[in-house]
Design a protein around this ligand. Structure first.
Ligand code: NAD
Ligand code: LMR
Length: 324
């Protein structure tokens, strides 16, 4: 283990990033290093953690950065409050997120087995795709280990919300920081369902605007994959989104009230066992899952349309661990 300690580091929350040397992992770790709520930041990857750790440790914030290589997963996770997982392969043009299943399912399983051993009470944020399957995989690993707490397992869908807020702000002509659009369902294609009728500040979109925005939000990931032309998928916007989501989790763990984010979680909001919707975070993870609220016709149709695909992605994840 490589440790780079800043003098005067306050005791506080301990965060681990698994896949910390990757395209998302590096900028995400930088954003966590400058978050005052993070006292200790453990960086785990199967390659390149010494370099990333040395580099980050030169930033003059009080967060202690520690690097862990392939053989030291358990040490990286010891005593951690929040684990963030961006480990795994990204898409290339022409691929779906489900095409990543064969490689990423095993990676998420291994990492979650480590969590079960070393920090069973941690809150876990899953970024690795396909999120619609990797969250159920994590849940099944935790169930097998006897430590599953649905309140502490959250799939990161913040990038869909970040995109929705950005694209909507362009259409209505306001600062994107002032826009809030709930995005529900899952995190792949048509399973990503923006609820534009609930936008804040309130705005009535035309049919054309609704179709354009829904399509752009659902295909935001593909837009980036195609623009990167084989060099991966969203990393910078994803690191921004993951850091924003992590900050919300950390503020709630620290006792802040009224922290609400969209996330893909075990849910009873629909008949599906997992679903993304607004959740209220607290000292021990999810405290409340909000119902979807009023939907218009377009959104109701979108909701019915996504259920088949989302159900089969969830079942694929569950069956991967149950061995069916
Ligand atoms: P990347 O290839 O740049 O980085 C992945 C990192 O994971 C690499 O450093 C690699 O060494 C590491 N890794 C591989 N196996 C590992 C293991 N067993 N343990 C620890 N680390 C391991 O990829 P990226 O662009 O950072 O994307 C990572 C994942 O995030 C992909 O699956 C991608 O599809 C997903 N993603 C999700 C969202 C979302 O909104 N949830 C957004 C963007 C990307
Ligand atoms: C995204 O939405 O950008 C990520 O899920 C990565 C991808 O493959 O699109």
């Amino acid at each position: 283990m490589q440790q780079c300690r800043a003098k005067g580091a306050a005791p506080g929350l301990k965060v681990a990033v698994l896949g910390a040397a990757g395209g998302i992992g590096q900028p995400l770790s930088l954003l966590l290093k400058i978050n005052p709520l993070v006292a200790t930041l453990n960086l785990y990857d199967v390659v390149n953690t010494p370099g990333v750790t040395a580099d980050l440790s030169h930033t003059n914030t009080s967060t202690v950065v520690r690097g862990f290589g392939k053989e030291h997963l358990d040490a990286a996770l010891e005593g951690v409050d929040l684990v963030i997982i961006p480990a795994g392969v990204p898409r290339k043009p022409g691929m779906t997120r489900d095409d990543l299943f064969n490689i990423n399912a095993g990676i998420v399983r291994t990492l979650c087995e480590g969590i079960a051993r070393s920090c069973p009470k941690a809150v876990v944020n899953i970024i690795s795709n396909p999120v619609n399957s990797t969250v159920p995989i994590a849940a099944e690993v935790f169930k097998k280990a006897g430590i599953y707490d649905p309140k502490r397992l959250l799939g990161v869908t913040t990038l869909d919300v970040v995109r929705a807020n950005t694209f909507v702000a362009e259409v209505i002509g306001v600062d994107p920081r002032e826009v809030s659009v709930p995005v529900v369902g899952g995190h792949a294609g048509i399973t990503i369902l923006p609820i534009l009728s609930q936008v804040n500040p309130p705005f009535t979109f035309t049919k054309e605007e609704t179709e354009y925005l829904t399509n752009r939000i659902q295909n935001g990931g593909t837009e980036v994959v195609e623009a990167k032309a084989g060099a991966g998928s969203a990393t910078l916007s994803m690191a921004y989104a993951a850091a924003k989501f992590a900050d919300a989790n950390l503020r709630a763990l620290r006792g802040e009230t009224g922290v609400v984010e969209c996330s893909f979680v075990a849910s009873e909001v629909t008949e599906l066992p997992y679903f993304a919707s607004k959740v209220r975070l607290g000292r021990s993870g999810i405290e409340e899952i909000f119902p979807l609220g009023p939907l218009n016709d377009f959104e109701r149709k979108g909701l019915e349309k996504l259920k088949g695909e989302l159900r089969s992605s969830i079942e694929k994840g569950v069956n991967f661990i149950k061995g069916k």
